[in-house]
Design a protein around this ligand. Structure first.
Ligand code: ATP
Length: 263
């Protein structure tokens, strides 16, 4: 489904392709027999927070990887911050960053060394100050000289967020940013990301299985199933349209093909 054509989804988050932070057209990725992403088209407005929801294997990570230029599409186009990612991604990579708790940092390097390496990759000035400020923000100051391999899962998640914010990205792609965090820390991280987005005017695309998180943070939700975007709208609009009590109920209907999703 081309999400630009849905009546309900001219919602907080879509944009004319020329102005969009992300504009994807008929994007497809096949791995041999498996079609991971199946001809999706969408636009995402600058400064918005959009959730990407879908069950395991729906195609979320593959979509994000193509937005980053890490995975080459089989067909279709991807424009990020106005730049064609297939032709000129080097022009825009310094304005983007990515976070996933499933991508490990070099384990023997300390937190400070890891952040220094990433900061240098981005060619940042005043890197010591930037790392100190991030460490202060993300409660990492006491961990800066500890090897990443000796951190707890939640501490690693905070380091990966520091890495994701090091270049003050205009576009932040997040793959389950609060996985492994206790509820208190997860809540704090969400608040931090919301504050960052407001201060920076950044655009956030967030893949998550945490429905309350998506309801809190996202003005718009894209529902993926089997490589396609099967629905698109504001969380409260989706809940109302499916006649359900929560976004989790909507997710279950979409995943199982029940309720409105069966029609
Ligand atoms: N490198 C690969 N080679 C072959 N198949 C792949 C590869 N990467 C992903 N796939 C397949 O593509 C489909 C989409 O995978 P993807 O990781 O994008 O899903 P996802 O929505 O992120 O899932 P999850 O919620 O489990 O992380 C799955 O069927 C997966 O097995």
């Amino acid at each position: 489904m081309d999400t630009r054509s849905t009546g309900t989804s001219g919602t907080r988050g879509s944009a004319p392709a020329g102005d969009a932070a992300i504009a994807v057209d008929r994007l497809t990725k096949r791995y041999g027999e498996v079609t991971a992403v199946d001809g999706i088209s969408l636009t995402i407005a600058p400064g918005s927070v959009t959730g990407l929801l879908g069950g395991n294997g729906a195609g979320k990570t593959t979509t994000i990887a193509m937005l980053m230029g890490l995975v080459l599409p089989t067909s279709g186009t991807v424009r990020v911050l106005g730049v064609d990612m297939l032709r000129a991604r080097h022009r825009v990579l310094h304005r983007i960053n990515f976070q996933s708790p499933y991508v490990d940092m070099p384990m023997r390097l300390t937190v400070r060394q890891n952040l220094t390496v990433f900061g240098r990759l981005y060619g940042l000035d005043r890197l010591r100050d930037r790392i100190a400020a991030l460490a202060e923000d993300l409660d990492l100051s006491h961990l800066l000289d500890r090897p990443c391999g000796r951190l707890s899962a939640g501490q690693k998640t905070r380091v990966s967020l520091a890495k994701a914010l090091i270049n003050k990205p205009e576009l932040l792609l997040l793959d389950e940013p609060t996985a492994s965090l206790d509820p208190d820390t997860a809540d704090w991280v969400r608040g931090h990301l919301e504050g960052y987005r407001k201060r920076r005017g950044a655009t956030i695309l967030l893949a998550s299985h945490n429905m309350p998180e998506v309801e809190r943070m996202c003005g718009r939700v894209l529902m993926m199933k089997a490589g396609r975007i099967v629905d698109d709208g504001a969380p409260d609009a989706l809940v109302a349209r499916y006649g359900r009590a929560t976004l989790e109920d909507v997710f279950l209907d979409v995943a199982r093909g029940t309720g409105l999703a069966a029609q």
